[in-house]
Design a protein around this ligand. Structure first.
Ligand code: SF4
Ligand code: SF4
Ligand code: SF4
Length: 347
């Protein structure tokens, strides 16, 4: 582990351990080292001893906000859906958060999924997380047996090889275009803040697809999702997908077929992307966990661009500004809502 990460991990362990020991939190949500090279897995420490297992690296790609609502609920007494919440203070939970995860927590607060008073957020400014697929492409078909992180390099080793890779070359696309690496809300801070980043071409990938005509765009979309096996890992890892029954699992009525039929699969992706419109923080977890390497984050990135252009809104930056698609004002812009698209049109 690089000395930068070791310092961060040490600080996380120390904060988690004192929060748990003092009884301020009942559990602390962070990461521990996974069983495969370059894998970090979410981990819940429930006492100071377990806090020793917490770790940190550039492979923390799973958004911890996803686990918060259920973890908080696990400390509440059971109640029926129409019963009021219990009176009196409920146990708190500690959690690690970088920029985008903290923004998802803001959205969860706005959508009443978590109570800010019950969450102790340990903020970390993100240096960008590594895309394991990019690392694999770098070494070809050779099996990776270990990945060691140094300050700005990864040392990747296999049976008969060792490669030193520039870390930034294998950072995830969403992290490269991230404008808010710092946590937007936190109670404790590990390390310094790096400030807002100005990325003039942050929608470049979307712009390139938008430049295609309608038929080419549809072809691109269909090719992109053609290998989808409908495992729903992208949905399950997303902190915005907390519906008790997702539309794809509903059977009365069955909104969408459950097979890998092209139309069903396209419908799943289009609807899921729209359910995230104005809420997605481009955290990249959905793309990181897809076993088929599908870049479904580009669908939500397109909607992120639209919401920014049409409503001037970026999700999760503050708790006070309401989400644009959950509010209505009589003077809302609406000229873009109905458009007449003809064959051959670019828009
Ligand atoms: S895809 Fe839509 S319906 Fe399904 S869990 Fe996500 S937000 Fe809910
Ligand atoms: S849709 Fe993907 S990128 Fe957006 S918040 Fe969910 S997991 Fe993150
Ligand atoms: S994770 Fe990948 S394969 Fe699984 S449903 Fe999502 S896009 Fe399809």
């Amino acid at each position: 582990m690089s000395s930068v990460n070791e310092k961060i991990a040490g600080k996380i362990r120390s904060i988690a351990s004192s929060l748990l020991e003092s009884g301020e939190v009942a559990a602390f949500l962070g990461y521990t080292t996974g069983s495969l090279p370059g894998m970090m897995q979410p981990y819940v420490a429930r006492d100071a001893k377990e806090a020793e297992n917490l770790s940190w690296s550039s492979f923390c790609v799973i958004n911890l906000a996803n686990y918060l609502p259920a973890l908080l609920k696990s400390f509440e007494p059971p109640r029926r859906p129409n019963e009021p919440p219990p009176e009196g203070p409920l146990p708190k939970v500690g959690v690690v958060a970088t920029g985008c995860w903290s923004r998802n927590m803001v959205v969860q607060i706005q959508e009443n999924q978590i109570d800010r008073n019950r969450v102790v957020i340990v903020g970390i400014s993100s240096r960008g997380m590594v895309d394991r697929r990019k690392v694999q492409r770098f070494v070809g078909n050779r099996e990776i047996l270990s990945m060691e992180e140094q300050a700005n390099f990864l040392v990747v080793k296999g049976k008969d090889f060792e490669e030193k890779i520039n870390r930034w070359d294998v950072v995830r696309d969403n992290c490269k275009t991230c404008t808010h690496p710092d946590p937007v809300i936190y109670d404790e801070l590990v390390g310094g803040l790096s400030g807002k980043r100005d990325i003039p071409d942050r929608f470049r990938q979307v712009d390139e697809i938008e430049a295609l005509d309608i038929e080419e765009r549809w072809k691109w979309f269909q090719e992109e999702i053609s290998s989808c096996i409908r495992c729903y890992a992208c949905r399950n890892v997303c902190p915005l997908c907390y519906c008790p029954t997702c539309f794809v699992d509903d059977s009365r009525p069955q909104w969408v077929g459950k097979s890998i039929d092209r139309v069903d699969t396209a419908l799943f992706h289009i609807l899921r992307a729209y359910h995230c419109a104005g809420r997605c923080t481009d955290c990249g977890s959905c793309e990181s966990v897809c076993p088929m390497g599908i870049r479904m984050r580009l669908f939500t990135k397109k909607l992120q661009k639209d919401v920014l252009e049409l409503y001037g809104f970026e999700p999760g930056l503050d708790v006070e500004t309401p989400l644009p698609l959950s509010t209505y004002k009589v003077d809302d812009p609406e000229d873009f809502i109905i458009t007449n698209i003809k064959k051959g049109d670019k828009k």
